[in-house]
Design a protein around this ligand. Structure first.
Ligand SMILES: Cc1ncc(COP(=O)(O)O)c(C=O)c1O
Length: 450
């Protein structure tokens, strides 16, 4: 038998034939080929072990290798691997999953439409918002407001809501009718001059934008309860209550993008619960199957669902894999694991420990500008000058340098250039968290000195 190919030999073949998400040749030269995973660890093709510092892509919340999910998928595949869920067809796992979600999601959200991931869910919500306002006799309400540093996926429409400019550059022009307001970032948002709190001032940016666009043209505001890929931005507690008031005042749907925050990562099953706010629409993906199979979806308030059930226009929106029985079976087994292991509670408790320890280890470093987090979702922002919070110039390459240094420490995660994102599986034990924190500190010292 031939010896298995090394990491570098596999990467050479990969570079001959694969185009990757976010493809950049040079960065991929040192890429990792993953061959195995267990709990909170990933193993590359050379047998090296790494802490899975971001739960892969914020999704493997239950950790790797959970037999109950694997077995549920196997059983369902033996019985009915796939069938259509187009109107006129359904299947047991999809029905059961929708019912289960209605029990754990926001009280007014009891209807669910399934997709294969986050971007499809974003697009589904754009279309549902239009559908709803047409049914309500307000067909001009079509515009979408989102936030700078928001990430909502990269289908063409979702990309337009995503507020991270490098995602647009090669694909302009964007679709008209999308605009962005500043993020409620307690580290960078300027001190409000009118005496209001930072959270209220940042939320009032939405009111200004609705008025600038014309309230009768705005369909929805989409926001992650805690911004993830844009650098783990945790809003002040009074931000979302004010956002809810503004959305109600101007008849703008509030859409919670819980693709990362859903299913326990922040310490609650759904993250607007931290702020006592209910959205009109919610979207989820990632952790609903702990990443084991691709599944996403939207949750729809009773009032909006009524326009679909009782509407005179058919809901002509469909994906081949909506309500896929096997992905839904994975979802059900994952929700069982999340409940049985109290993963939201674990995230709250271990997340508080993680954040405390990161503060203790890093706050004193001259290039650590800000440490922040909620639950098992933390960010460490690296700055050139702490006094004025300025970043290193892009050509200095904070992101690539830190990524390499973290790999040297046996940690694999992602950087939003100057922000290190820290989001291991919710099952990660405290000793592994301690290794993670020590590795982060060592990597920062390697790149920036003591
Ligand atoms: C908040 C949020 N929304 C949407 C998406 C897009 O999901 P997908 O990559 O499954 O299309 C992501 C992906 O990271 C996300 O973090």
């Amino acid at each position: 038998m031939n010896a298995p190919l090394s990491n570098s030999a596999l990467i050479e073949k990969d570079q001959a034939h694969m185009i990757h998400p976010l493809h950049q040749n040079a960065a991929h030269e040192h890429g990792k080929v993953w061959v195995r995973a267990e709990d909170s660890y990933l193993y590359d093709a050379d047998g090296n072990r790494f802490i899975d510092g971001l739960s892969c892509l914020w999704n493997v919340s239950c950790g790797h290798g959970r037999q109950s999910i694997i077995e549920a998928v196997n059983r369902q595949m033996q019985e009915l691997a796939y069938c259509s869920s187009y109107n006129g067809s359904s299947n047991r796992p999809a029905i059961e999953l929708a019912e289960r979600l209605s029990e754990i999601c926001y009280p007014s959200i009891n209807n669910f439409y399934f997709t294969s991931g986050g971007g499809e869910s974003t697009d589904s919500n754009f279309k549902l918002a239009r559908y709803y306002w047409k049914a309500k006799g307000k067909p001009d309400k079509t515009k979408v407001i989102s936030r700078i540093w928001g990430y909502h996926g990269v289908t063409f429409a979702a990309m337009c809501a995503t507020g991270i400019a490098p995602y647009w550059a090669a694909f302009e022009p964007r679709i008209p009718g999308f605009s962005h307001i500043p993020a409620p970032d307690p580290y960078h948002y300027p001190e409000p001059e009118d005496g209001s709190s930072l959270g209220v001032a940042a939320a009032n940016e939405l009111e200004k934008e609705i008025l600038a666009q014309g309230a009768d043209t705005v369909a929805m505001f989409i926001a992650e309860p805690v911004q993830g890929a844009g650098g783990v931005i945790v809003p002040p507690d009074d931000y979302f209550p004010r956002i809810r008031e503004i959305c109600d005042k101007y008849e703008v749907l509030l859409v919670a993008d819980e693709v990362i925050t859903g299913f326990g990562r922040t310490g609650k099953l759904f993250a607007l619960d931290h702020y006592g706010v209910e959205p009109d629409l919610v979207q989820f993906a990632k952790s609903i199957t702990s990443g084991y199979l691709p599944l996403g979806g939207i949750g729809v308030s009773d009032e909006i669902a009524e326009t679909i059930r009782g509407g005179d226009k058919p809901w002509m929106h469909a994906y081949t894999y909506s309500g896929h029985p096997t992905t839904c079976a994975a979802g059900l087994a994952t929700l069982d694991f999340i409940a049985d292991e109290n993963l939201a509670g674990q995230a709250a408790e271990k997340g508080a420990y993680l954040l405390d320890r990161l503060h203790a280890e890093l706050d004193g470093h001259p290039h650590v500008g800000n440490v922040r987090g909620k639950g098992m979702m933390c960010g460490v922002e690296l700055v050139e000058d702490k006094a004025n919070k300025s970043w290193y110039p892009p050509e200095w390459g904070v992101g690539p340098k830190m990524t390499r240094a973290l790999i040297d420490q046996g940690i694999f995660t992602r950087m939003r250039n100057e922000v290190m994102c820290i989001a291991p599986p919710l099952t990660t034990d405290v000793p592994v968290l301690d290794d993670y924190i020590a590795g982060v500190r060592a990597a920062i010292v390697e790149v920036f000195g003591e």
